[in-house]
Write a protein that binds this ligand. Structure first.
Ligand code: MN
Length: 318
């Protein structure tokens, strides 16, 4: 087994169950109870699964949407802080196996920036995971400029995790099977990243870095089309959209154990920008690990994607 760092591995802390349950309403209660038990465990269950997948280190993030679903800003700020303190406590018990991503109250740009800074400098976290829009506000919102300024200064990678759209897409009406992780979240999350690109966020903050799961939420497949249409519609950016996707966006393999999109992503972005993730416990870490071990790749590319790129981009221990 090749040694791996996994970047989209989730947990839940006490008091956050109600936020999380808003996104899993349709799941069988029996399966839900099993997932909840795995989310709350930092011991044998999780470590055994990591060992079975060859994952030496998991960077843990709160299962969304967390405080981003909170309507009271002061409560969001307070609860985000307590979630981060909780995670820091768990990481401290197993610093050889776990690292953390910050959970942020995006309702308040300055509070989010301050909490990101506290998490990066004091709690030694590796960046932040943001669960899509916050009550309908996306990360290209100009009120979030202070947040991007700080994220850029800290060199913090901001990982956008899928969430439900503000309004369920009418194009999927009558097709429950296409909602959420099947297709709806891909469009929602890919669109979120494209709002940042087309909104000029990376012109204003050229060193800002974003991460996307699911092999880039289809963006690597569409680079030529983005450039071609941006020209047609007269989009005013310093560079073609594909350049920002190649330079400011990192991607992980979460929930995508498949050769073809990996080949496309390597061809589009370069293998140095791709990193392993399992999406535990929503996916089988062992399946993702086995796929990473056996997918057709040159040895050096495999070890880079499985381990080395994460060390480099997230400044993790080697
Ligand atoms: Mn996930």
């Amino acid at each position: 087994m090749v040694k791996k760092i996994a970047l989209e591995e989730h947990f839940l802390c006490p008091g956050f169950e109600d936020y999380w349950k808003t996104t899993v309403g349709d799941v069988d209660p029996k399966i839900l109870a099993q997932v909840a038990a795995r989310l709350s465990d930092f011991g044998d269950l999780r470590l055994k699964s990591m060992d079975g997948a060859g994952i030496s280190r998991a960077v843990l993030s709160l299962a969304g949407p967390g405080v981003q679903a909170e309507h009271d800003t002061a409560t969001a700020v307070r609860n985000a802080r307590s979630a981060n303190d909780f995670l820091a406590g768990e990481v401290q018990k197993r610093p050889d196996r776990y690292s953390g991503f910050a959970h942020l109250p995006m309702q308040d740009a300055r509070a989010a920036a301050d909490e990101l800074e506290r998490c990066m400098t004091q709690l030694k976290f590796s960046g932040a995971m943001i669960n899509g829009h916050t009550n309908g506000h996306y990360l290209d919102d100009p009120v979030l400029s202070p947040f991007w300024e700080r994220a850029e200064a800290l060199g913090a990678v901001i990982y956008i995790h899928p969430t439900d759209p503000v309004v369920p897409s009418p194009a999927l009406d009558g097709h429950k099977g296409l909602r959420r992780a099947t297709w709806e979240w891909t469009f929602e999350t890919g669109s979120h990243a494209l709002r940042l690109v087309f909104g000029g966020v990376f012109d204003r903050f050229p060193k800002a870095r974003l991460a996307l799961g699911h092999m880039g939420e289809t963006l690597p497949f569409l680079l030529w089309r983005f450039d071609s249409r941006a020209k047609l519609y007269g989009i005013k950016l310093a560079k073609p959209p594909s350049e920002y996707i190649k330079q400011n966006i990192l991607v992980t393999t979460s929930g995508m154990c498949s050769q073809e999109p990996l080949d496309c992503t390597i061809a589009a972005l370069g293998h140095e920008r791709i990193m392993f993730a399992a999406d535990y416990p929503f996916e089988q870490a062992e399946e993702a690990g086995h796929w990473m071990d056996s997918v057709k790749l040159p040895d050096n590319v495999r070890t880079d994607i499985a381990f080395n790129n994460a060390v480099k981009h997230f400044r993790l221990p080697g």
